[in-house]
Every structure is written in C-alpha cells, then in structure tokens.
Design a protein. Structure first.
Length: 168
C-alpha cells in the first residue's frame, strides 16, 4: 500500500501504553479513621426581664417617646444599656377596658450591640397616676445575648418606669 506524502504529514503518532509503562502498584487505604469534629452547642434561647426604672417619658397624644438606662436579665446574666423608642397606646373603645398597644424600642447594650424590640398587645389602666398593665407578643432582632427572637410579654409602664417579662 502506498500512502501519499500529504496524508503522512497529517498523521498523529499515538504512544502505546503497556503494563510496564504504567504504575500498577495496588492501592492501600489509609489506616487512620477521620474523627468528626464536634460543633459547640448553640447559645441558649432565653426569655428575660427588661427593667428601666428611671426612664424619660415624653407624651405626644397616645404615643410615648421613652429613653434612658435599662437592664436585661437573662438567667444568670445581666446586660446593661440604654433604651430608646416609642410606645403607642390607643384610646379604648367605648365600653372596653383594654387599649391596643404597639411599640418599637431599641436596646443598645453597654458593649454596643443593638437589639430591636417590636411590641404588639394590650394595655389596661390609665396613663396616670398608676400607669398601665401591659401584655402581648414581641419580636426581637437576633443578638449574642441569647434573648429569644419572638414570644410573649407582660409588665407595666408608667411615667418613669418600664418593666417587661419576655417569655419564649
């Protein structure tokens, strides 16, 4: 068979692989077994007691702007800081003793962490002199304190005092 020179120039040489040119060493599995790493447990999710006993309250109609020092007790841990925000308490409907309550509060810890609290619920009582007994549900932003991010609250609100029990 005669092959024209143009075909020979385009021919690719393929190497021949044999058992002697390959490394056919048998595979040996490692003798150590990897150990699973353990993750630290997630932080506890806690309810707590928010207490502000010398806040400044400025009434503007049915809305109360509040600010001042606050503590948040979570189990054995007490976190101090300041609170700032607004609580709104609507007038009760005729014949009703409860008023609707809403609130947006910002708790800034002394370490600089910001925790947003949103309140929705009811208030019993009058603005003065005894203040309100309040209850409802809350949501909070996630924080390193371990405070639960949603739950119920109960407490009292007066002209210089705010106390909330926050429960999961």
């Amino acid at each position: 068979v005669t092959v024209p020179p143009s075909v020979v120039a385009d021919t690719v040489v393929v190497p021949v692989v044999t058992a002697t040119t390959l490394d056919l060493t048998p595979y040996t599995a490692p003798t150590t077994v990897p150990v699973a790493t353990t993750m630290p447990p997630p932080p506890a999710v806690l309810g707590g007691l928010l207490s502000a006993n010398s806040i400044t309250v400025v009434a503007s109609g049915p809305r109360y702007d509040i600010s001042g020092p606050v503590t948040l007790a979570l189990g054995d841990t007490v976190v101090s800081g300041t609170i700032d925000g607004r609580i709104g308490i609507d007038e009760p409907l005729e014949g009703e003793s409860q008023s609707q309550l809403s609130g947006d509060l910002t708790f800034t810890t002394d370490a600089g962490e910001v925790i947003e609290l949103r309140l929705s619920g009811y208030a019993d009582g009058v603005a003065s002199p005894l203040g309100y007994v309040i209850s409802g549900s809350f949501r909070s932003s996630a924080s390193s304190t371990g405070l639960v991010t949603a739950g119920s609250f109960s407490g009292s609100f007066e002209s210089v005092f705010l106390a909330l029990t926050l429960a999961p």
